[in-house]
Design a binder for this molecule. Structure first.
Ligand SMILES: N=c1c2ncn([C@@H]3O[C@H](COP(=O)(O)OP(=O)(O)OP(=O)(O)O)[C@@H](O)[C@H]3O)c2ncn1[C@@H]1O[C@H](COP(=O)(O)O)[C@@H](O)[C@H]1O
Length: 107
């Protein structure tokens, strides 16, 4: 699917979290703080694990979405940017030399 990214969701989480809106789950999580948000993140991770082990692909998609959303809430509450995580992943990829190996294999 094109057109929606984790960066989009990160921005929505920041806006809704800061809104204080009574009908916003994100604002409620922000008000409760990192401990509650991290607890929810852990619950969603376990639910994703259970779906994977059961071979429940639709469940795995749904629980993965819940997990990524709650993970972004925890990052926001802790002042960590998605870009920081991507930079770490990029650095690991560079250290592993996988990109160079792939381009050598392709050439
Ligand atoms: N992606 C999500 C998203 N995924 C899951 N959830 C909410 O996460 C909550 C967790 O559900 P659970 O069943 O695990 O928990 P619960 O039983 O409702 O709560 P507890 O009793 O366990 O505390 C639900 O209320 C879901 O609606 C989400 N809430 C919001 N978003 C995104 O955030 C945006 C803003 O949402 P609001 O902040 O609600 O406006 C939305 O447009 C979405 O893009």
């Amino acid at each position: 699917m094109a057109g929606f990214s984790l960066n989009d969701l990160e921005r929505i989480v920041a806006e809704r979290g800061a809104s204080g809106a009574a009908d916003s789950w994100t604002a409620r999580l922000f008000a409760k703080g990192t401990e509650k948000a991290a607890q929810k993140m852990g619950e969603e991770a376990v639910e994703a694990v259970i779906a994977a082990v059961k071979g429940d692909r639709a469940g795995l998609v749904s629980e993965s979405a819940d997990l990524l959303y709650h993970w972004l809430v925890v990052l926001a509450l802790e002042g960590v940017k998605l870009d920081d995580v991507m930079a770490e992943l990029e650095a690991r990829t560079a250290r592993s030399g996988v990109a160079e190996k792939a381009s050598r294999d392709a050439g």
